[in-house]
Design a protein around this ligand. Structure first.
Ligand code: PMP
Length: 359
């Protein structure tokens, strides 16, 4: 008798993304998932509190117009050029569904945000990974091809390496593949990268994705967005409305608007993260680490004399969480999120303790 199988064949070959650990214990030094170490602006808390007191029995605005307006104003775009989702992960899922199912391979770096490959498995999109060079830099010339491609996806700055590309390189990719969408994931751009949003009016094939999880301290609220010309945003909206017509709840809409209104707080916290990063890089180098230049709220570092997986385990035993990827070419690296000055000091003290017998 044939064995019963309830799920569809595509489910059998899924291998979902595994998010970084969200520990139950308090008082750990949590530097493993690139959250902002600072809380959101007090104005965000006030706006959410107010929204909670009025209207929760009603559905939210399915177009989330006030938030899209705030985002459009922030970037000098129009309302029709902004698409919202429940975290940029969801925005990315809709982008992959809408643009990359083309019966030819999607190009992406071999080392990048691993969720991209998860969407490809979900939607049956063929992937062609393009290796980063020996110094883990992306070389745009390697994306030129005579074969048909479904599009190009990259994170700029890249994750987990932390290194960014200049806009001239993004323009090169856009011109190389004028008939396909080039997706630039700018999750970390506010910590020193160059944003491609200003290129949108010139390139009908450019989509830029942002998140409020990092530079706006709102990972817990789940807000992401895509910017692009209206025809691309319209396609995304058609996909979204075939799936869930309410991208965000009332609390997220209110909190998101307030986050964009308090520009001073945003600038101040980004600045604080970037100056902690400077100090942390120097301290890690003093301990013998090789640290890649970072334009993000994390650093990617290896110690020539110490096994990175073991080091992550040793740190964890002492209450410090960092991220190690068991992946070819980067297994000797640790990805360390930038914490407050105090958290960075705790990390460095703990590393000093662990490394003492070695170096
Ligand atoms: N893109 C990149 C490159 C990321 O590192 C992350 C966070 N893990 C995301 C997108 C998703 O962010 P979120 O869903 O919180 O907006």
């Amino acid at each position: 008798m044939e064995k019963t199988c309830y799920f569809s064949p595509v489910v059998a070959q899924l291998s979902p993304y595994v998010p970084g650990e969200q520990p139950k214990l308090a008082n750990l030094v949590k530097l493993n998932t690139n959250e902002n170490p600072y809380p959101p602006s007090p104005q965000v808390i006030a706006a959410i509190t107010q929204a909670a007191q009025q209207g929760l029995q009603l559905y939210p605005d399915p177009a989330a117009t006030v938030l899209r307006q705030a985002i459009a104003a922030q970037h000098g775009l129009t309302l029709e050029q902004v698409f919202l989702g429940n975290g940029s992960d969801e925005v990315l899922a809709h982008v992959f569904f809408a643009f990359f199912q083309q019966n030819c391979p999607l190009l992406m770096p071999d080392i990048s945000y691993s969720f991209y490959q998860v969407y490809c498995r979900l939607y049956g999109i063929e992937v062609r990974t393009v290796p980063l060079d020996v110094s883990l830099q992306l070389r745009v010339a390697d994306y030129a091809t005579d074969r048909a491609v479904a599009g190009v996806v990259l994170a700029n700055p890249n994750a987990p390496t932390g290194m960014g590309l200049p806009l001239s390189d993004i323009e090169c990719l856009l011109q190389m593949h004028p008939n396909r969408v080039v997706l630039v994931d700018e999750a970390y751009v506010d910590f020193g990268g160059q944003s491609a949003v200003g290129l949108i009016d010139r390139y009908p094939n450019l989509l830029v994705v942002h998140t409020l999880s990092k530079s706006r301290s709102l990972a817990g609220l789940r807000i992401g967005y895509a910017c692009g010309q209206a025809h691309l945003i319209d396609a995304l909206t058609r996909v979204k409305n075939s799936f869930n017509s309410y991208p965000l709840d009332r609390l997220a809409i209110a909190g998101g608007v307030a986050a964009f209104e308090d520009r001073a707080y945003f600038e101040q916290t980004c600045q604080a993260v970037m100056s902690s990063r400077e100090g942390l890089v120097l301290a890690l180098e003093d301990l013998g680490f090789v640290v890649l230049p970072s334009q993000t709220n994390f650093v990617f570092a290896r110690h020539p004399k110490v096994d990175a997986a073991q080091l992550a385990t040793n740190l964890r035993q002492r209450g410090v969480l960092v991220r190690h990827f068991n992946q070819a070419r980067i297994e000797q690296y640790l990805r360390i999120s930038i914490g407050t000055l105090h958290q960075c000091d705790q990390l460095v003290m703990t590393l000093t303790e662990i490394l003492q017998p070695v170096v």
